[in-house]
Design a protein around this ligand. Structure first.
Ligand SMILES: *[C@@H]1O[C@H](CO)[C@@H](O)[C@H](O)[C@H]1NC(C)=O
Ligand SMILES: *[C@@H]1O[C@H](CO)[C@@H](O)[C@H](O)[C@H]1NC(C)=O
Ligand SMILES: *[C@@H]1O[C@H](CO)[C@@H](O)[C@H](O)[C@H]1NC(C)=O
Ligand SMILES: *[C@@H]1O[C@H](CO)[C@@H](O)[C@H](O)[C@H]1NC(C)=O
Ligand SMILES: *[C@@H]1O[C@H](CO)[C@@H](O)[C@H](O)[C@H]1NC(C)=O
Ligand SMILES: *[C@@H]1O[C@H](CO)[C@@H](O)[C@H](O)[C@H]1NC(C)=O
Ligand SMILES: *[C@@H]1O[C@H](CO)[C@@H](O)[C@H](O)[C@H]1NC(C)=O
Length: 574
């Protein structure tokens, strides 16, 4: 149901939005719409085709969606019909990670199980491959999950993963076994899929330095092929080829932003010709990670802090620039819009990640939740505005649904955000405060209720550093020769307040004098955009946004793939 329906209110809201022009008077503005249920708990969510989101859960929770006479822990959510269908998973996907390879297969890594509770098999070394799916409703799609033949080198619960420049995955950190709050059994190492180093793991001094709140490290493939990583308040640039870790300044003011002190992080949009990388880290906690859980409170304030750094020698010398969110956030998620702004959404204003149980508890869980005071209203972040004016609250609606621990969100191919989950409980619990949440919501940006530019003749595969054309039907309100911005986006993988592999790369583009043909240049090479699936969204006159068209960027070959396209020189950091 639209939150705002008074025309005068809508107009005043639109006036405050940086993306809205005067012509946008028919937009309903930002709105939350609730429709559909997830059937399982959406602990992990990733878009696997133009019409499908893949969801994973813990097995044995008692979720209503059934397969083979038991609760499912994997499901495909149809974005067109808002219907969910179970998939048959063997190993338990509890708190796993994942990403899509250069050949379009979606790989899920790690997990766990609870003996006597889980109906799945031990997922600690799980590695599941969801093959690219051609049917719009997911019929006939296949998941390969055979732990006896394909698995991780070591057990990993709460790892992270990201697609690299050669189309393979780096898998970072996690816990060897049950860690009930802090990382008690740290697996402070990296590994790869497909394997590098004959399958040996690479120990990481950085992950060790990140301390006991280093789970779900925030990692991004940078445009020169290196990897940015954050754990606790420590951050580095990692050179995959040499194994060298180059230390960056600590996050300021004692703030830590990885699990169980979950803030969130995002690589800001990359623009030609320099593709200068900037990282933004928001929320988390400035409490010491030496305090035992029982001395922590669900009412401890989370951090308001956002910290931003430019990853060039000069930017690193300057260090982190600190900004302040209008609200404190534990467990937020941060996603890029096709327009280049970011939405900071979900989480709680106080407390910590995870849930309390008879095995570990903070001093005062609310129900079983370690976090309280949910953030119902998102904040928009405009990375191009001056410091102090980047946080936009005006026009953003409030949801009625708390989304804290084990909630997820993703940009969809249609251009809105799908939001699911929240369960600060072990199993399905409908009676407690902060009960298991199955309702799916969409957050619609203002462009969703405007006329959409329509793309056609989009090639299904594009090589690096080449020119290609698409047809565009411009909206009537867009003017005679409007500006066009072409965004190539990886929609990423959502879990535990982190959207891994998410990326926006702007492509050089020119509207032909026929007003119908867009001439676009693909990303210069496989380091600026790691080879694999992308979605192309076109923003017209800074106001109208097309749906995303799925394109395979690169050859679509299985990893590892060789370097392709033209070299770009970056000032050396690592
Ligand atoms: C599910 O349970 C029903 C009733 O107990 C039984 O008849 C059926 O064979 C079971 N199906 C499967 C796939 O195990
Ligand atoms: C929910 O989604 C379905 C499928 O897209 C649609 O038919 C239905 O009208 C929607 N209901 C609401 C209340 O938006
Ligand atoms: C994990 O912990 C359980 C319970 O303590 C133990 O039975 C199991 O062997 C451990 N697994 C690993 C891989 O260490
Ligand atoms: C980072 O964390 C470590 C360990 O908790 C602490 O000693 C250090 O002061 C922190 N750095 C900053 C800049 O707050
Ligand atoms: C803790 O809770 C679990 C799940 O509710 C239960 O099976 C177990 O017996 C409890 N353990 C203790 C020590 O109370
Ligand atoms: C729900 O959580 C409450 C609070 O911990 C607990 O008392 C209750 O047994 C739980 N219900 C289920 C079905 O696990
Ligand atoms: C992609 O590559 C992986 C790793 O080699 C492989 O397991 C998977 O089957 C491949 N998928 C396709 C569609 O070729």
């Amino acid at each position: 149901m639209p939150i705002f329906n008074s025309p005068s209110l809508i107009l005043s809201l639109l006036a405050g939005l940086s993306t809205a022009a005067a012509t946008a008077s028919t937009s309903r503005g930002w709105e939350f719409v609730q429709n559909g249920t997830s059937g399982i708990l959406a602990i992990e969510m990733t878009i696997v085709s133009p019409t499908l989101a893949l969801l994973y859960d813990l097995s044995g929770t008692g979720a209503p969606l059934q397969i083979n006479n038991h609760s499912a822990w994997g499901a495909l959510y149809d974005l067109e019909t808002n219907k969910v269908a179970p998939i048959d998973v063997k190993s338990d996907t509890f708190c796993a990670s994942g990403a899509i390879l250069s050949n379009g297969s979606m790989v899920s890594v790690g997990g766990n199980w609870i003996p006597g509770f889980s109906t799945g098999s031990n997922g600690l070394q799980g590695l599941r491959i969801f093959e690219p799916c051609k049917t719009s409703d997911g019929h006939g799609c296949t998941l390969f999950d055979n732990p006896a033949t394909v698995h991780l080198a070591v057990p990993r619960w709460y790892p992270s993963s990201a697609r690299l420049y050669d189309g393979s995955l780096i898998i970072a950190g996690g816990s060897l076994n049950f860690s009930l709050f802090y990382n008690e059994f740290p697996e402070n190492s990296f590994e790869f899929f497909p394997k590098k180093d004959h399958g040996a793991v690479r120990p990481s001094p950085f992950l060790k330095r990140g301390g006991p709140a280093n789970m779900f490290p925030r990692i991004f493939a940078l445009p020169d092929g290196t990897v940015y990583m954050l754990a606790g308040n420590q951050s580095i640039i990692y050179n995959v080829d040499t194994g060298k870790e180059t230390r960056l300044p600590d996050l300021p003011n004692g703030v830590k932003a990885t699990n169980p002190f979950d803030g969130t992080a995002q690589l800001l949009p990359l623009s030609p010709p320099n593709y200068t990388p900037e990282v933004l880290v928001c929320g988390g906690s400035d409490k010491s990670d030496l305090i035992p859980p029982i001395k922590l409170s669900s009412q401890d304030p989370a951090s308001h802090q956002c910290s931003r750094i430019t990853l060039t020698p000069a930017g690193i010398k300057k260090g982190w620039v600190v900004e302040r969110m209008p609200e404190a956030r534990m467990l937020p998620e941060m996603l890029i819009l096709p327009t280049g702004e970011l939405i900071i959404i979900n989480g709680g204003q106080t407390g910590y990640s995870a849930f309390s149980s008879n095995l570990t508890s903070i001093s005062d869980p609310v129900g079983n939740s370690n976090s309280d005071n949910p953030n119902f209203t998102p904040t928009l972040y405009d990375p191009n505005a001056p410091v102090g004016q980047r946080m936009i609250k005006k026009g953003l609606p409030a949801s009625k649904i708390p989304r804290m621990y084990h909630s997820t969100v993703s940009l969809t191919p249609s251009g809105n955000f799908m939001i699911a989950g929240s369960n600060p409980n072990l199993n399905v619990n409908t009676t407690v405060k902060y009960a298991t949440e199955f309702r799916v919501e969409h957050l619609n940006p203002p462009y969703m209720s405007l006329e959409r530019p329509v793309l056609s003749h989009v090639p299904s595969k594009v090589a690096f550093n080449t020119q290609f054309s698409v047809q565009i039907n411009l909206p009537k309100g867009a003017g005679i020769f409007p500006t066009v911005k072409v965004a190539l986006m990886d929609l990423g993988f959502s879990s535990h307040a982190f959207h891994s592999s998410a990326r926006l790369v702007y492509l050089d583009a020119k509207l032909d004098s026929d007003h119908k043909t867009l001439h676009i240049t693909s990303p210069p090479n496989n380091r600026v955009y790691p080879p694999g699936i992308g979605y192309i969204y076109v923003t017209v006159a800074d106001t109208y946004v097309s749906k995303g068209a799925q394109v395979m960027i690169g050859s679509g070959a299985s990893p590892p793939v060789p370097d392709q396209g033209k070299k770009i020189s970056f000032e050396t950091i690592n």
